[in-house]
Design a protein around this ligand. Structure first.
Ligand code: SF4
Length: 509
């Protein structure tokens, strides 16, 4: 699978079931045969990922492709957790999908990326039931989203390519024979699900609609709600409802495949390069797509915009995510922060645009403020180097980036007297509830956030807090993607605040 270690790999037993008669997708990297192979798989743009790939990719591709897919899956999960409608989810995820995992494309590399990344993530998420469920749920969402993005011509082509015995369309003659019953059954759905309010529109839609005939027990939930016409033990399902069936089939197959993958996982333990990558990826449901700018100042902050004085202003502090607020409060209470807290807050402030000089001023003032016991001399001796080091001005001269949520969550939990970490993970329910109540959130909003915390979905809880605290005035949030980086929270909050203030000023004129 990997170009870099061909010899080693060819001598190793492949991750396959040699006795099961499993087939593989073979193909020389970049060859005509490989191109033809992927053209065939993606003839109808979508795939059920039936045969594992066994071409060659580099370790970099292995990791980057998997991370990119993970970002898309995370975004989808986050949309569901935040109760976004199908339309809103499409609007939020589509740009990310086009950037990271384009599927409606003729490019061989894109097709391979989609195919391989799915199988790599199978390896990561087959280890426990929780991970398997999570992966199946997210992949099924992705499948549904993509299916809905296809033209009806490609949808039909895809369904036909699956050759599922249960998905056979009835003939025109059979449709005419039951046309009255079929129309009466689906007319309410056309009106309320597809918004075809006009009778003429509904009839025209019906004329072009295809029907699938299948044993009624395959769609028992639709039978219960009288959404399908029944005849002699068969249900007649309109094509616009077929996605339910397809996605169920997709999930069942993937569940089975993940179990099979899990059973064969021990073979993979021979590979000391892959295990760390896979372990790292399977904990990656907090991966952030936030790009920090190379000058290390948030895109919305000019150098000088944030300084050691105005960082204390109510306006700026209101843009902080809870983790940064907590660190700030801790610093003000104790006039000191221990190592992890210092690093987390220092990198965050650097990321929002506090320059090195301003940062030194800020930390010196905070540590030596009235009420504390530190002298300027001690600060200069013991801490000055640390803060200069964070800006790449000392030692190895690496200019460090702000920690994303994943890094923050990977650090040891805060002990007594420490303030680093993520409050959605580290605070008890009472403390978190009273903090959320102070943000004027409703009981329903608070419950939903606490529920996410219970499920260990801390970044989803944080994104919900952002939406609930920034949507209160009815002004729309432009970017509704998932937040998995404190600096993204800050940047988005600040943009929203500026827009909000601008709108209020314009209205006052
Ligand atoms: S989810 Fe991330 S940004 Fe939000 S509080 Fe936790 S660490 Fe901070």
């Amino acid at each position: 699978m990997f170009r870099q270690n061909k010899k080693r790999i060819s001598s190793r037993r492949h991750f396959s079931n040699e006795n099961s008669g499993s087939q593989f997708i073979m193909g020389q990297r970049g060859s005509e045969a490989e191109k033809r192979l992927y053209d065939k798989i993606y003839e109808s743009k979508l795939s059920f990922y039936e045969l594992p790939p066994q071409g060659e990719i580099t370790l970099d591709q292995f990791e980057i492709w998997a991370i990119d897919r993970l970002k898309v899956l995370l975004e989808l999960e986050s949309c569901v957790a935040r109760n976004k409608t199908a339309k809103e989810t499409e609007t939020i995820v589509k740009p990310l999908l086009q950037k990271l995992l384009p599927f409606n494309t003729d490019n061989l590399e894109d097709k391979k990326k989609d195919y391989y990344s799915h199988f790599i993530l199978r390896l990561c998420f087959c280890r426990t039931k929780d991970l398997r469920d999570k992966f199946v749920r997210a992949e099924t969402l992705l499948f549904k989203l993509r299916f809905n993005m296809l033209t009806s011509q490609y949808q039909t082509k895809f369904v036909q390519s699956l050759d599922l015995p249960m998905l056979q369309f009835i003939s025109e003659e059979e449709k005419i024979e039951f046309s009255q019953e079929l129309y009466q059954t689906i007319a309410p759905q056309l009106q309320f699900q597809l918004n075809l309010t006009d009778e003429m529109q509904r009839k025209q839609y019906f004329q072009n609609e295809k029907f699938i005939k299948l044993p009624f027990e395959s769609v028992i939930d639709l039978v219960g709600s009288r959404q399908v016409f029944l005849k002699k033990g068969f249900a007649y399902l309109p094509q616009f409802q077929q996605l339910n069936l397809l996605s169920r089939e997709f999930s069942h197959r993937l569940e089975d495949e993940l179990m099979r993958t899990f059973q064969h996982l021990p073979h993979l333990n021979e590979d000391d390069r892959l295990i760390p990558i896979l372990t790292h990826l399977s904990t990656g449901y907090t991966i952030s797509d936030y790009q920090q700018y190379s000058h290390d100042f948030g895109s919305d902050s000019q150098e000088g915009d944030i300084n050691s004085q105005n960082v204390y202003s109510k306006e700026i502090l209101s843009n902080f995510p809870l983790c940064a607020k907590n660190l700030f409060n801790g610093l003000q209470q104790q006039h000191h922060l221990r190592y992890n807290g210092r690093q987390q807050l220092s990198f965050f402030l650097k990321g929002i645009g506090l320059s090195a000089d301003e940062a030194l001023r800020f930390w010196a003032e905070a540590f030596t403020a009235k009420g504390g016991s530190m002298t300027m001399d001690k600060f200069n001796k013991e801490y000055r180097y640390n803060f200069r080091h964070n800006y790449g001005l000392e030692g190895s001269r690496i200019s460090y980036r702000a920690w994303d949520c994943r890094t923050i969550l990977s650090k040891p939990r805060p002990a007594r007297g420490e303030f680093h970490g993520c409050p959605y993970r580290d605070w008890n329910v009472d403390k978190l509830t009273s903090e959320l109540a102070a943000m004027n959130l409703t009981a329903v909003q608070m419950n939903s956030i606490l529920e996410s915390c219970q499920k260990n979905e801390f970044t989803i809880a944080c994104t919900k807090v952002f939406e609930n605290t920034h949507g209160q005035t009815g002004m729309e949030i432009d970017d509704q993607t998932h937040i998995a980086h404190p600096n993204l929270y800050f940047e988005r909050s600040r943009q929203w605040q500026k827009k909000h203030n601008g709108d209020s000023a314009a209205q006052a004129k």
